[in-house]
Design a protein around this ligand. Structure first.
Ligand code: AMP
Length: 184
């Protein structure tokens, strides 16, 4: 069965971890724009250099740059049976662009998994994660951008959204995701 999925949630909610687990179970590639940018940075590519300054401050990399990278990734053969997008789209413009891209391929999104967690939980986890760029200020910027730009996606995707409680142990949350997909 083909699954075109997306996972949405504030940074620190455990989105990446859940996406990796789910991608494995369903046999579809987990496509994280943050990971793609980070690997470009370690390889020292032009794209990496460009993305770096935005990422450091917690701001979004410009839409056109991100979209081009996503378009290339979605053209790869391993997306034949579906994909799990993580960290893309981050705003309504990117979401509209994605709808156009998928329509063009006569394809569509099946479900959008939203991982829910209160701000305090997310802040605590991010500070504990200890990535060099995770200062309190940068974390606050990311959370603000999430609320202003990314959260409106939940309304945008309306009926295909599946809310999952993102508080708890990794395995429990993974099970909740599977149940939500199963019941959808
Ligand atoms: P993440 O690993 O998803 O937390 O992403 C890390 C950083 O990469 C973000 O703070 C942004 O600077 C950048 N980034 C990731 N995905 C996107 C996107 N869809 N649009 C713009 N910037 C992004």
């Amino acid at each position: 069965m083909k699954h075109n999925l997306m996972i949405v949630g504030p940074q620190g909610v455990g989105k990446g971890t859940q996406a990796a687990l789910l991608g494995d179970v369903l046999g579809i590639p987990h496509i994280s724009t943050g990971d793609l940018f980070r690997s470009n940075i370690s390889l020292g590519t032009e794209l990496g250099l460009l993305a770096q300054s935005y990422m450091k401050s917690g701001n979004l990399v410009p839409d056109m740059v991100t979209e081009r990278m996503v378009a290339q990734r979605l053209m790869e053969k391993d997306t034949r049976n579906g994909f799990l997008l993580d960290g893309f789209p981050r705003n309504i413009l990117q979401a509209t662009w994605l709808s156009g891209l998928l329509d063009g391929k006569q394809d569509q999104l099946d479900h959008v998994i939203v991982l829910d967690a209160p701000d305090e939980v997310v802040m605590e986890r991010m500070l504990g994660r200890g990535r060099a760029d995770d200062t309190a200020e940068v974390i606050a910027t990311r959370l603000e951008i999430y609320k202003a730009e990314t959260e409106p996606l939940i309304e945008f995707y309306g009926s295909i959204v599946l809310h999952v409680d993102g508080v708890g142990a990794i395995d429990d949350i993974h099970r909740r995701v599977l149940v939500a997909l199963d019941q959808a």
